[in-house]
Design a protein around this ligand. Sequence first.
Ligand code: FAD
Length: 647
Amino acid sequence: MSVVDRQEWDVVVVGAGGAGLRAAIEARERGARTAVICKSLFGKAHTVMAEGGIAAAMANANEHDSWQVHFRDTMRGGKFLNQWRMAELHAQEAPQRVWELETWGALFDRTKDGRISQRNFGGHEYPRLAHVGDRTGLELIRTLQQKIVSLQQQDHRETGDYESRLKVFQECTVTRVLKDGSRVSGVFAYERESGRFFVLEAPSVVIATGGIGKSFKVTSNSWEYTGDGHALALLAGAPLLNMEFVQFHPTGMVWPPSVKGILVTESVRGDGGVLRNSEGKRFMFDYVPDVFKEKYAESEEEGDRWYEDPDHNRRPPELLPRDEVARAINSEVKAGRGSPHGGVFLDVSTRMPADVIKRRLPSMYHQFKELADVDITAEAMEVGPTCHYVMGGIAVDSDSAAARGVPGLYAAGEVAGGMHGSNRLGGNSLSDLLVFGRRAGLHAAEYAASLAFERPAVDDDQVDSAAAEALRPFSAEGPAPGEEDGRPPENPYTLHQELQQAMNDLVGIIRREAEMAQALEKLADLRVRARRAGVEGHRQFNPGWHLALDLRNMLLVSECVARAALERTESRGGHTREDHPAMERTWRNINLLCRLTDPTGGLAATDPVRGQIALTRETTDPIRADLLALFDKEELVKYLAEEELYE
Ligand code: FAD
């Protein structure tokens, strides 16, 4: 019988980034006693790093903007693979979520007449990103935290306890979602500092753990992004959707090596920055694909005029969606026209006065000055693609954010799949977090209330096996059960590095069948070796132990990415196949779902060692007619399959 500490809540939110905090606020406001649990310090989630802004069709900078135009841009950016109902809700509700933030104290940059300022970003027809310089995520998290504190103060006035209805457990990692039959019953977690185990019992669990970027060597993502939420959902029996779609942001730092991958915000291009190769050529004009030809400038002069007069000129191709720009940079470097350190040049110094650069891009100015000794007001930056965002994620219901097949499980933010299709537009993540964070919190609270008199029970055996699983790295001194070869324990850090290198080299920005097959072999080998991932010492202050536990998640998620990428024999958005370079209309309405199965083929296996990733195809729901009517027929012909057009 387990002696692990337990607490009862109505809703547990795993993750305290934008999605998690917005979900927690909503759940608490709907009357649910809500716990938030996060791996890092409260306020230090990945969302803090977001720079450019929040996309919302508020029409402050161009009166022609509307939710319909935002919906269109999002679908085009995602190459029509988006879960269209999510894209619709997102475009409709994003402005309300931004205005709401303002009422909670967010201080956005303003236009001359005092409205929230909005900036240009790739793939957005109009200036649409509400921003705070290039530190928008920081303001977003600060505001949500402040709202949480104000709710806690309200609770203190009523109950005498700040944490009676809303409590944050920081620096704690969830390793398992617990279940009562098919329903969620809580989570198993440990304190990172002390190693103490505990259980939060709850009928509703919202997963808001962000992305998977740490499975790739060159990434803009921080240490937290080890795909935990994706793996937690898989292990709980929920499928992952379209995991092949990983976004490589076109502009990460390439030099010095210690900072390779750190993001250079798209605002640099949105505010006028241009890309040049080693010959000084603005090469993006050579890379405008047919589907976007009518929307982008054909000459530098027209592109430059657009910044001043967007109604009578077309936008420069530096502002194409990210997947297009990343591939173009990759091709230039491959053709030998790259910068000295293997990137291309991104220049604002010849485009704006120094004081404007420092005012509009303060973080970029300091980032390059301090990390690379480059003054971006006087010289060009060197940039190249970096793994940035995962479009694939937990398969959810569009309206309620409920994870498929597991009652009580919800997902929002980067960990949820579907909203962005095959490629996310910049700025659409922060708005996604707020729109679907709120929806997840709302529905999780309602579901918990509906079970007030029949709450699911936590199963002691599951708690014991979760504890045993977490302790396993301390006893990995010899061969794992069933593997009597006597090999020594493996170093978790080395396994992380090998995994990151393999994903980077074999399932990266340009993919080939043979390399992905090789990646799957490597992952299978790493999975076996990870069973021997051993650590010394004890549970207190033990970073090696955390790495060993993260490995399970990284391996599961990486395998989903590699399997789905191998299966999709076309190129679309964040998935580029050298052996299948065209976007195929026949793939437009096909989703790929990954599940963890047991070796005999049964679903909902919970064993990460012996379970296998099984892939199934699923046809998407037809796009609603009134939404299709927002596009010209000639444009739809480029994307939709023959039978969809006919219907
Ligand atoms: P996060 O903010 O990452 O929060 C995840 C939370 O989950 C964290 O609290 C973490 O501690 C917790 N967690 C993870 N695993 C566990 C576990 N096992 N147990 C407990 N807790 C766990 N998007 C935009 O729209 N506009 C931008 O301008 C923009 N700029 C960006 C700049 C950078 C440098 C980067 C990297 C991304 C940027 N993005 C931007 C993308 C956007 O920031 C992210 O997609 C978004 O913040 C993800 O938010 P989230 O709430 O889903 O997750």
